[in-house]
Design a binder for this molecule. Structure first.
Ligand SMILES: [Zn+2]
Length: 225
């Protein structure tokens, strides 16, 4: 095999490495070719996740990797901000089949957005780096949401995570419902707590979307069209 596989490909089964993405399929984001709209950014993530769960990661040539490496050394222009859970199975670059430089990732257990530093990082991704999409990224079997759903009292600073999630899932009947409700709640909370991001969304420069990853199938369900 002549090509070098990017970060995403390294996590997949060896037979898939020799199978590049189908011709005509949306390519992974490349520096200098940013999506023009939030919806285009969302479509890049959809296409990347499709490649991932179909075990057909995009395969880059050595030349392409060298070019990306050189370009990224002089600056970054990630097209999406991902606010994901810290769970070790929720690696956004792998799940969305992206090279480094494409995603500005903020991760906290339960994908919560409470602290000023957390929300400040999200704002930096949009206001300074120009990302078009902010994806609140939850996942199945989330331990943080499970703790809140079970009304656990872990104490210490872990309690702050449970307390952040609890109001969003108060009426959820199942854990899966709670996971979606938490993503929805965090989306609303970001709009409430960040005038900057709310204004960017109102102006059409940003979309604050939600998604849930299924850790068994590898499929991401997007909650916003
Ligand atoms: Zn989690």
């Amino acid at each position: 095999m002549k090509g070098i596989v990017g970060l995403a490909g390294a996590a997949l089964l060896a037979p898939a490495l020799a199978t590049p993405a189908a011709a005509g399929e949306t390519s992974p984001m490349k520096p200098g070719q940013p999506p023009k709209t939030p919806d285009e950014a969302l479509e890049l993530l959809r296409a990347g996740n499709r490649r991932f769960h179909e075990r057909k990661p995009y395969v880059r040539s050595t030349d392409e990797i060298e070019r990306l490496w050189t370009e990224l050394a002089s600056g970054q222009a990630p097209f999406a901000i991902i606010l994901g859970c810290s769970d070790s199975r929720l690696s956004p670059e792998i799940i969305f089949d992206q090279f480094f430089g494409s995603l500005f990732v903020v991760r906290e257990a339960g994908n919560v957005a409470v602290s000023p530093t957390n929300i400040g990082s999200l704002e930096f991704g949009q206001a300074v780096l120009g990302a078009k999409l902010l994806l609140v990224f939850g996942h199945s079997s989330c331990g943080a949401v499970t703790a809140a759903f079970d009304r656990a009292q872990p104490g210490g600073n872990i309690q702050a995570i449970v307390d952040a999630i609890a109001p969003f899932i108060a009426t959820a009947a199942t854990l899966d419902d709670a996971i979606v409700a938490n993503v929805r709640g965090v989306q609303a909370q970001i709009r409430q707590r960040s005038a900057l991001l709310r204004a960017a969304e109102d102006a059409g420069n940003l979309k604050i979307a939600g998604a849930v990853y299924d850790i068994r199938s590898g499929v991401v369900t997007f909650l916003d069209a």
